[in-house]
Design a protein around this ligand. Sequence first.
Ligand code: SF4
Length: 327
Amino acid sequence: MSATPLLEVKGLTKHFPVRKGVFGRLSKKVHAVDGVSFAIHAGETLGLVGESGCGKSTIGKLILKLIEPTAGEVHLQGTRIDQLSRQDMRPHRQDLQVVFQDPYASLNPRMRAKDIVAEPMRNFARVSHAEVDDKVAALFEKVGLRRDQMPRFPHEFSGGQRQRLVIARALALRPKVIVCDEAVSALDVSVQAQVVNLLADLQLDSGVAYLFIAHDLAVVEHISHRVAVMYLGRIVELAEKRVLFAGAQHPYTEALLSAVPVPDPTTKPKRIILQGDVPSPISPPSGCHFHTRCPYAEARCRVETPPMREVAPGHFAACHLRPGPVA
Ligand code: SF4
């Protein structure tokens, strides 16, 4: 891995104001993301997992500059981008692309497939008219679509083919980083596997880095090199995939992993059922956000926020029960 990460976020925070009354008075804040830090290197996939509403998709939107952070920094190839104006961001746009969950919603139904894929090249790259068709055909081939499908409209493709089309468009400008936000969640299981394998092959080919945001741990285990686990706006554990799946250090990760079905019917791992619902991000619990549901909670968990500690080389967890140097 290179020394400078392709993408780095430091202390990223997003609080959404909640307004009420006819004058829109600020009453409370939704703590969507609370001081999140991580880095991704070339050719690496970082899986970002957690229950619905934990803030993982908000992190994707902050990185893509679709919303402004309340605090913190986003660096792309060593350049801080979170404060850049629209104009100043333009040269960096092509290095940062996105694949969203719903290929139906992210494709213009009135555009032909070849124009959808060609659009970023026409907008950002100095590619001649004659070259565009050849480049689009090459991208179609790369993502497993055929050249004769280029004149078709999105509704003439299956769900999996539409997601391939979205991926071809994302690849058109040879990005360095792609944010995949629940990119395969809307697809059938067999099609999910094809698209995940396609993403992995494309990464080997180009060295692109992925931030792979998903709630499905089995998919994340398949595609990720490292995994970050989120709970109520904070990362609570981050480690190399095999290390995390073999020996989770945070009680929340333990509970999440215990719910993943195992293919071997003779092994019956103990399922950890968490009590209660995820608390509201409008008033998250004090101290460790997880203390209201944690089976090991102690008195200090209610008042002291556990810092992220390196519990083993490259393995980080935020829990008072796990000693190690503060990261
Ligand atoms: Fe549980 Fe306390 Fe660890 Fe939080 S800090 S995960 S409440 S033991």
